[in-house]
Design a protein around this ligand. Structure first.
Ligand code: URP
Ligand code: ZN
Ligand code: ZN
Length: 485
C-alpha cells in the first residue's frame, strides 16, 4: 500500500489548529500526531510553513448541465480537475429531470456523465414536477442510492420550476424519508412578470437581468420555502443566498429554532452589481447568473451572516457558459444562459477576502469550505475531516503563495474568468484526492474516471430534533356534541 507522510505542517480543522504530522496510507488517513514515523517506502512531503486542511467540498456545481438551450461547457473531468487545482476534492452536483422526465432516467444520465470525474462527487436530485412515480423514485433514491437532499427550483417558470403543489408533496416525502430539502429561492412568477415589463420598456441588455430579479423576489421565496418546511417538519437548505432579504429569513428561522441552513457563493461575497453596467455587452453578460450580483450592502451582510454562522457553507454554483453561448441572448437578456464559474477559485477567493482580511480564522475557513458541508450532508468524517479513517482528501495550503486569477492560466473549461485580475495570496500547493496527489507545483495530475460517487445516507438526528419541536404543536382531539337540528 502506498504511503505519504505529510510532515511539519499546521493541521487546521473546524475545531482548531495543531502542529501535527499526517500519515496517509492508501486512500485513507492512517494517523495524525506529532513526530510520526514514516513507513518504509513512504513519500515524505515537507509541509513546513503550510496549513494541512481537509479537501474542499463544493456543495453546488452544474457540470455539463443542459440548460436554456445549451449545455454547460465544463464536464465532470475538466470541472473536477479544475476543482483539485484550487483545493476542492468533492463536489455535489445536481440531477435535474426535465419537465415530466422520469426521475430515474435523469439519474441514469447524470451518473453516466459523471463516470469521467477525476475527484469524488455526489448528487442532489431536483424535483421539478410531481406524480406518484416521482414520490416512489424519491424513496428509492434515499433508500438505495445514498441521496439525502432534494432540490427545488422556485424560479425558471415554464422549465424546471417547482410550483407549491410540487414543493409540498416533495417536502412531505423528504420529511418521511429523513432527507433534506434545498431550494433555489426566487419567485418564478414575479421574475417572469418583471422580465416582460423590463423587456417591454426597451431594456434588452444584461442590465435587465438584475432588474427582473430584485432582492424582494428572493426574500419572498425564501420565506415561503421556510414556512412550508416548518409546517411539514423538514430541514431546509437555501442555496446561493445572495441578499439581505433571504439572509434575514434564514436568520429569523434559525433564531426561532427551525432547522434551516444557508449557502453563500464565493462570487456573491466579492462581486457587486456594477458588473451589469459594463458598456461591453460580453463583459456584462459574463455575469448573468441567478440570483444576480447585488449591491455592496448585501455583500457586507452576507459576510456577517457567514461570520455569525447563519450561513454555513460556501459554494460556487459552477455552471460555465462560454462567450458564444452567452451571445444567445444578444437581443434579449432573458435568453442569456444563466450561470457563472469559479470552482477553481472558491477557496483562494475565500482565503484572500476572508482570512487575509481577518474576517475568518483558518478554522472558520475550513468549516465554511469543507467540514460544515460534510456534516449537513452527512458525509462527515469520511469527508471534511483530518482524522484517522477519513478519506485522504487533503490540501497542503501555502498561505504565502501568490497568483493573479486569469482565464489565461486557469484550468476551467471557459473562455473568461469572473475574477479576472484578482490578486490572491494563499493557494493550494498540493492536493490529495483519496490518497493520490492530483495537484502539485502548479501541475494537474488528475486521472479521468478516478472520482467515486459518494453515498450520503439520510440521517435521523435532525428528525429527532424536529419531532420534539413539532410535538409542541400536536393537535389535541376535541370531543364535542353535534348541534341538535
Ligand atoms: O444562474 C445559475 N445559477 N445557473 C445555474 C442554475 C441555478 O439556478 O442554480
Ligand atoms: Zn439556482
Ligand atoms: Zn445552481
Amino acid at each position: 500500500m502506498s504511503a505519504i507522510l505529510i510532515r511539519g505542517g499546521t493541521v487546521v480543522t473546524a475545531e482548531g489548529e495543531f502542529r501535527n504530522d499526517v500519515l496517509v496510507e492508501g486512500e485513507q488517513i492512517a494517523a495524525v500526531g506529532p513526530d510520526l514515523d514514516a513507513p518504509a517506502g513512504a513519500r515524505i512531503i515537507d509541509a513546513g510553513g503550510a496549513y494541512v486542511m481537509p479537501g474542499g467540498i463544493d456543495t453546488h456545481t452544474h457540470m455539463e448541465l443542459p440548460f436554456m438551450g445549451t449545455v454547460a461547457s465544463e464536464d465532470f473531468f475538466t470541472g473536477t480537475s479544475a476543482a483539485a487545482a484550487g483545493g476542492t476534492t468533492t463536489c455535489i452536483d445536481f440531477v435535474i429531470p426535465g419537465p415530466q422526465q422520469p426521475v430515474m432516467d435523469a439519474w441514469a444520465d447524470w451518473n453516466g456523465w459523471a463516470e469521467k470525474a477525476a475527484c469524488d462527487f455526489s448528487f442532489h436530485v431536483a424535483i421539478t414536477w410531481w406524480d406518484e412515480t416521482v414520490e416512489r423514485d424519491m424513496r428509492k433514491l434515499c433508500r438505495e442510492h445514498g441521496v439525502n437532499s432534494f432540490k427545488h427550483f422556485m424560479a425558471y417558470k415554464g422549465a424546471i420550476m417547482a410550483d407549491d403543489e410540487t414543493l409540498v408533496n416533495s417536502f412531505k416525502t423528504a420529511a418521511q424519508e429523513g432527507a433534506l430539502c434545498t431550494v433555489h429561492a426566487e419567485n418564478g412568477e414575479l421574475v417572469a412578470t418583471l422580465q416582460q415589463d423590463i423587456y417591454d420598456k426597451g431594456i434588452h441588455g444584461p442590465e435587465g437581468h438584475p432588474l427582473s430579479r430584485p432582492p424582494k423576489v428572493e426574500g419572498e421565496a425564501a420565506n415561503r420555502a421556510i414556512r412550508i418546511a416548518d409546517v411539514l417538519g423538514v430541514p431546509l437548505y437555501v442555496v446561493h443566498t445572495s441578499c439581505i432579504d433571504s439572509l434575514q429569513a434564514i436568520t429569523r428561522a434559525r433564531l426561532d429554532g427551525q432547522m434551516v441552513f444557508g449557502e453563500v457563493l464565493a462570487q456573491h461575497l466579492v462581486i457587486d452589481d456594477s458588473v451589469y453596467r459594463n458598456p461591453d455587452w460580453d463583459k456584462a453578460a459574463h455575469y448573468v447568473m441567478s440570483p444576480p450580483f447585488r449591491s455592496k450592502k448585501h455583500q457586507s451582510a452576507l459576510w456577517r451572516g457567514l461570520q455569525a454562522g447563519m450561513l454555513q457553507t460556501t459554494a460556487t454554483d459552477h455552471c460555465c457558459f462560454c462567450t458564444p453561448q452567452k451571445r444567445m441572448g444578444v437581443d434579449d437578456f432573458r435568453k442569456i444562459p444563466n450561470g457563472t464559474g469559479g470552482i477553481e477559485d472558491r477557496m483562494s477567493v475565500l482565503w484572500q477576502h476572508g482570512v487575509n482580511t481577518g474576517r475568518l480564522t483558518p478554522s472558520q475557513f475550513v468549516a465554511a469550505t469543507s467540514s460544515n458541508a460534510a456534516k449537513i450532508f452527512n458525509i462527515f468524517p469520511k469527508k471534511g475531516a483530518i482524522m484517522p479513517g477519513a478519506d485522504a482528501d487533503v490540501v497542503i495550503w501555502d498561505p504565502k503563495l501568490t497568483r493573479t486569477i486569469s482565464k489565461d492560466t486557469h484550468h476551467q473549461n471557459i473562455d473568461f474568468n469572473i475574477y479576472e485580475g484578482m490578486e490572491i495570496t494563499g493557494n493550494a500547493a498540493i492536493t490529495l484526492s483519496r490518497g493520490m496527489v492530483v495537484w502539485e507545483d502548479g501541475e494537474l495530475k488528475t486521472q479521468r474516471g478516478r472520482g467515486q460517487y459518494v453515498k450520503r445516507p439520510c440521517h435521523a438526528k435532525y428528525w429527532d430534533a424536529i419531532a420534539k419541536r413539532n410535538a409542541l404543536a400536536e393537535p389535541t382531539p376535541v370531543s364535542r356534541t353535534r348541534p341538535v337540528e
